[in-house]
Design a protein around this ligand. Structure first.
Ligand SMILES: *Cc1c(COP(=O)(O)O)cnc(C)c1O
Length: 394
């Protein structure tokens, strides 16, 4: 075994794909001490700055008085009043009849897909879907059809194929906002196709929940922003580890969907309930999400970043979300630029295959309501210098 492990590790290193942990003393706010140095981070998913909000931390500390852990799965004795309050709050924020908590977004996606479809059914997915949706499809045993990223015509061909092939269930699962690209799925068109082909739409709101929505449900996510409701986007999954700044995840939808998942989603049933402190912290984070103008601040920071980056002629992608990738292509270049940014006091994610397709290595810059304009200016100036020094044409 040891030989196998070491050979695979050596191969990874030779491909410039080896990943290392960075050691932080505490959550970035957005300043963090990383490997002993203070850096401004542009790599976290804490888009609203709630991970370090003193009121959220105080609520979480109060929640710890309910017990350090849930002591059992939700269906045994691990479902407390605080969990129910959080589920009700999620249903209210998302405009759905009900919601169900999961330990993480990964577990929610795997649990939902494998509970809803199986052998004889088809799951249709965008090629750039998050790994947890893809793994959920695999575990479900359903046939798996993919379509080119955000390509509605290619999607329709797959839905036709799925319908011709079988009369089983069809589940279309997509990210609402793509985690490594920051672009959004054409959800209104997709919902129309789902209606036409009698397919069920599942939207992963990991990067939409809390930061976008409709007039009525401003924090509900990308499906609400696209004008969809419980009928047209019947299954939404959101994580609590991103804009909510905490941990855990949820599925929201009709009462029947939530009752069904409570009975049949194995990643809900066979795992310890969310710790009550985490539930209490999340509940307060969601209240602040509704009350404070954090989304407005985030959107102002995104606009500022894009304006200033354009002035530096940086190669921006077509993203209006908090995720602003710079595609550099080559792993070595991405590593060199991120290394140099770190020297200048900025932490940015260097994203390489297999997280993204080969040849599309990138810097993943994420913005937060907690960033100041001065911090964004600092990043862009350091970035322009770093790109010049590695001879990336800007
Ligand atoms: C982060 C992420 C998940 C997983 O959520 P966790 O709560 O971190 O497990 C699922 N889908 C997408 C698109 C994500 O970005």
């Amino acid at each position: 075994m040891q030989d196998f492990l070491e050979a695979r590790l050596a191969e990874r290193r030779a491909q410039q794909l080896y990943r290392y942990h960075k050691l932080l003393t505490a959550a970035p706010g957005p300043l963090a001490v990383v490997d002993g140095r203070e850096l401004v981070t542009f790599s976290s998913n804490d888009y609203l700055g709630l991970a370090t909000h003193p009121e959220v931390i105080a609520a979480q500390q109060r929640g710890a008085a309910l017990g350090a852990g849930a002591t059992a799965s939700h269906l045994v004795n691990g479902h407390f009043e605080i969990h129910q309050q959080l589920q009700n709050k999620i249903a209210e924020v998302t405009g759905r009849e009900a919601a169900l908590l999961f330990g993480s977004g990964y577990m929610a996606n795997v649990g939902v897909i494998s509970a809803l479809v199986g052998r004889g059914d088809v799951v249709v997915q965008d090629k750039l879907n998050h790994a947890s949706l893809i793994d959920g499809g695999r575990i479900s045993g359903a046939d798996y059809l993919r379509f080119a990223h955000n390509d509605v015509a290619a999607l329709e061909i797959q839905l036709q194929r799925a319908r011709e092939k079988r009369d089983g269930k069809i589940l279309l699962a997509v990210d609402g906002v793509y985690s490594m690209d920051g672009d959004t799925a054409p959800l209104a068109e997709m919902a129309g196709l789902c209606k036409q082909y009698d397919a069920w739409l599942m939207v992963d709101e990991a990067h939409g929940f809390g930061v976008m929505g409709s007039n009525h449900f401003p924090c509900a996510g990308s499906a609400a922003a696209a004008g969809l409701d419980q009928d047209t986007a019947p299954i939404i999954m959101g994580t609590l580890g991103k804009a909510a700044g905490n941990a855990g995840a949820f599925v929201a939808g009709s009462r029947a969907l939530i009752d069904y998942l409570t009975q049949f989603a194995r990643t809900y049933i066979y795992t310890t309930g969310m710790s009550p402190a985490v539930a209490a912290g999340n509940l307060h984070a969601l209240e602040l999400m509704q009350e404070l103008p954090l989304r407005e601040t985030l959107n102002a920071r995104i606009r500022y970043f894009r304006q200033r980056a354009a002035a530096y002629s940086l190669p921006l992608e077509n993203s209006t979300s908090a995720i602003q990738p710079l595609l550099l292509g080559c792993e070595k270049t991405v590593l060199a630029v991120s290394e140099q940014l770190q020297q200048s006091g900025f932490l940015v994610g260097a994203i390489r295959p297999p997280t993204v397709p080969a040849g599309t290595a990138r810097l993943r810059i994420t913005l937060s309501a907690a960033h100041s304009e001065a911090q964004i200016d600092g990043l862009l100036s350091a970035l322009a210098t770093a790109l010049q020094s590695v001879a990336v044409p800007v």
